[in-house]
Design a binder for this molecule. Structure first.
Ligand code: DSN
Length: 422
């Protein structure tokens, strides 16, 4: 962990905010499924002097001089990313997930082309063509959904019908609120039938794929995988685009730079190299598999208590709970209640939610961050007990205060990597 001595001397206001956030992370339970804790090595690299360098271009092909070390770290990040996912080409420059999505569209599509992706209301993502995003002014987005909310099975027959009718150029797999495994082989077959690229946005599950806890879409012939690097993959904030065949790489590189982005954020690319190095180690596979075991265990425990889970369980790292039916709380009220006792998660729309996105019926939670802290199935039992107690004791401020203290004491037994002194 950086010492923060200079920051404390120079800017006490910002230092206090950093310190407060460290304390919040150390003393609270993080269940937002897209969040995680980076290692001290990743954190040190993010704070390195690579911040000071402009490096437009790619290793060996830059517009400015002085690139011997930037080339070294970007080449390392690329090689490690390719090895992790079995890719023919990797672009590690996208600043985040949304730019990775947009750069992929620009690489593979012409304006007016169609993308067939998962409906936001059934777990898809804003960047997969929600009308509020500007990308919908350029491309046409059509959607598929789950066939059955009880099992979570996607309606692949409907997907095929829509694909045959709409002739998409991209068939897009991926989600930010869907707890089930995807049949990539079936999607690839549909994509081939209509001449579309099969693209997976695996932002949420990249670490699970890297750790072989769930299937790799490349194994079923997918053409492109894009992702963020800071969720289950446990790296710095950022994005990346991978292609199975090296041949698509040139188009993707041109699309990211100069097509869409400017100078790469080189301290983040160096930190991606460090995180990918960590993910290549055998212990990362143990971590990824434990995330899934923990999520399944938590799901079982919730369901035993009568809690309604969307799709009745999970195959990955995340759970969707219908709070209205389970506890007579809205998602927002549940988020606030759990926050009150030091447990962080997010309100979320559930499939076919009768309520509005800013005041939905559900919550979304997941196990990547708590698993990084070394928690296993026994601790998942404790966390579910904490949450069910909060629900039972809502309105009783003294009981909630006592529970919050218990949560803090519990959390202190599981240090957060990168936070070693407060
Ligand atoms: N904000 C991220 C998530 O929580 O899923 C992705 O948009």
């Amino acid at each position: 962990m950086p010492s923060y001595d200079a920051l404390q001397r120079q800017d006490p206001a910002v230092f206090e905010a950093v310190r407060g956030e460290m304390l919040r992370q150390a003393e609270g339970v993080e269940l937002i499924p897209s969040e995680n804790y980076i290692s001290a090595a990743v954190m040190e690299t993010m704070a390195s002097v690579f911040n000071n360098k402009y490096s437009e271009g790619y290793p060996g092909r830059r517009y400015y001089g002085g690139q011997q070390f930037t080339d070294q770290v970007e080449a390392l990040a690329i090689e490690r990313a390719k090895a992790l996912f079995g890719a023919g080409h990797a672009n590690v420059q996208p600043h985040a997930g949304a730019p990775a999505n947009v750069a992929t569209y620009f690489a593979l599509l012409e304006p007016g082309d169609t993308v067939l992706g998962m409906d936001l209301s059934h777990g898809g993502h804003l960047t997969h063509g929600h009308p509020v995003t500007y990308i919908t002014k350029i491309y046409n987005f059509v959607r598929y959904k789950m066939k059955d909310i009880e099992t979570g099975e996607i309606d692949y027959d409907e997907m095929r019908e829509v694909a045959l009718r709409e002739k998409p150029k991209i068939l897009l797999a991926g989600f930010s609120a869907y707890p089930r495994e995807i049949d990539y082989a079936r999607m690839k077959a549909i994509a081939e039938e209509v001449g579309a690229y099969a693209v997976a946005d695996m932002a949420h599950i990249a670490g699970l794929i890297a750790g072989r806890a769930i299937r790799n879409p490349f194994d079923d012939g997918f053409d492109v995988i894009l992702t963020t690097t800071h969720k289950t993959l446990r790296g710095p904030r950022g994005g990346m685009i991978l292609s199975r065949e090296a041949g698509l790489g040139k188009r993707i590189d041109k699309s990211v730079f100069p097509g869409f982005q400017g100078g790469p954020i080189m301290q983040m690319i160096a930190a991606k190299a460090v995180a990918f190095g960590e993910a290549l180690k055998p212990e990362f596979a143990d971590y990824a598999q434990q995330i899934v075991r923990n999520a399944r265990h938590m799901a079982e425990k919730f369901m035993q208590s009568g809690t309604r889970l969307i799709t009745n369980g999970t195959d990955n790292h995340l759970l969707m709970i219908d709070c209205v039916q389970s506890w007579d709380l809205t998602g927002g009220q549940a988020e606030e209640l759990f926050d009150r006792v030091g447990i962080t998660l997010n309100k979320n729309v559930i499939a076919d939610d009768p309520r509005k996105p800013l005041d939905p019926s559900g919550i979304r939670l997941g196990t990547p961050a708590v698993t990084t802290r070394g928690m296993g199935e026994a601790e998942m039992d404790t966390l579910v007990d904490f949450m069910l107690r909060a629900v039972a004791e809502r309105g009783d401020e003294a009981a909630l205060d006592a529970l919050h203290e218990e949560v803090k004491t519990f959390c202190r037994q599981y240090p957060v990597p990168g936070i070693d002194a407060l």
